[in-house]
Design a protein around this ligand. Structure first.
Ligand SMILES: *Cc1c(COP(=O)(O)O)cnc(C)c1O
Length: 357
């Protein structure tokens, strides 16, 4: 069976050796030595000044909305994972969907200003499949209308834009370290804010508002990463170079196989160094996608309809039309892409797709 992804597992003895320090200290959580070591190593690896490791990639979105004091309407993309929209609704704000760009698949920056009202407090956009949004244009719009910018950068581990970490852009960026993501800690995630005041606010928020054991700085939630999670991250991190090389090779093999077909690949933003986190292909219509998916399933190959459905069609949001996102969501399939996917398997996948087209 070949799935869309396969979690990279480091040698178990390496994980155990790292975990030993948690046994030695007797600490399983509350920002122990392993969480602090992971944060320090990620700062160096990613080239960033601030990070807060969290227990997943959804709580950071909710904390960002809360800590920035966002209210009313938040402009967002319909082409993302459900957590982007659900976090907005969960925090009592209203998602206002702006359609996506058909080439880059990120929010269409040329349509944002028309969606701004007196109630708009922020733009929450996703760097889709690790592909940066139109960052400069969004920054100009945000400044002009005094809006905050939050980037759901769940897919962006290791992505750089104009030579620096993608996590440096916007007022805040979030990442997910879920087991299906490029870099993982089982469950996990992170919050990134360059601004020290904001970073400190996030820090209190992610740990109940604790200011020492007996005092509280304000309200908070529990979003702390645990020691076993951090141990997994520390065990996976040394393999990132190897993981990226292999994914790059597989993606290039797919590119070559599909270059003379009608399949549409997404366009990587100029100035970005991409991370090969997903391999989405867009079919000419949904019927073609369903035919290819069925043929692959027949051979025990399970690509994923991702992202699907378009989030503006969720039953708990105000329904609006986003024709580009709805169309892409109905036609996009993420093909298997992971460390350990064998060349013969890649060959089989491309053959089935080419034969079915
Ligand atoms: C995975 C993902 C999330 C949520 O991350 P979790 O770690 O699963 O909570 C949020 N946004 C996007 C775009 C994602 O892909």
């Amino acid at each position: 069976m070949i799935n869309v992804t396969k979690t990279f597992l480091p040698p178990q003895e390496e994980y155990n050796a790292i975990l030993k320090s948690a046994w030695d200290t007797g600490w399983m959580t509350n920002r122990g030595v392993l969480v602090q070591e992971l944060e320090a190593k990620l700062k160096t690896y990613l080239g960033i000044s601030n990070i807060i490791a969290t227990t997943n990639g959804t709580l950071p979105l909710q904390i960002a909305i809360k800590a920035l004091g966002l209210t009313g309407e938040i402009i967002t993309t319909p082409f993302s994972y459900v957590a982007t929209t659900s976090s907005i609704v969960w925090e009592g704000c209203k998602p206002v969907f702006v359609d996506i760009d058909p080439e880059y698949l990120t929010i269409d920056e040329t349509k944002i200003e028309a969606a701004i009202t007196a109630k708009t407090s922020a733009i929450l956009a996703t760097h889709v499949f690790g592909n940066p949004c139109a960052i400069e244009a969004i920054e100009v719009i945000a400044k002009r209308h005094d809006l905050k910018v939050v980037y759901d950068a769940a897919h962006c581990f290791g992505v750089t834009y104009n030579g620096q970490s993608i996590f440096n852009y916007g007022n805040v960026s979030t990442c997910s370290f879920h087991a299906t993501k490029l870099f993982h800690t089982g469950e996990g995630g992170a919050l990134f804010a360059k601004d020290e005041t904001l970073h400190n606010k996030f820090f209190y928020h992610h740990n109940f508002g604790h200011d020492g054991p007996e005092a509280f700085q304000g309200i908070g939630i529990n979003a702390k990463m645990s020691e076993p999670q951090a141990a997994m991250g520390l065990a996976v991190l040394p393999y990132m170079g190897e993981i990226l090389e292999e994914r790059k090779h597989i993606a290039e093999t797919y590119n070559a196989a599909f270059k003379d077909t009608t399949l549409k690949l997404f366009k990587i933003r100029e100035g970005a160094r991409w991370n090969y986190s997903y391999y989405p292909v867009v079919f000419k219509d949904e019927a073609e996608l369903l035919r290819v998916k069925a043929a692959l399933n027949q051979a025990a190959i399970f690509p994923r309809r991702y992202f699907y459905p378009s989030l503006n069609t969720l039953d708990y949001v105000e329904s609006v039309s986003c024709p580009v996102s709805e169309s892409v969501a109905s036609r996009v399939l993420c093909l298997p892409l992971y460390h350990g996917l064998q060349p013969l398997e890649v060959k089989l996948i491309t053959k089935i797709i080419l034969d079915t087209l």
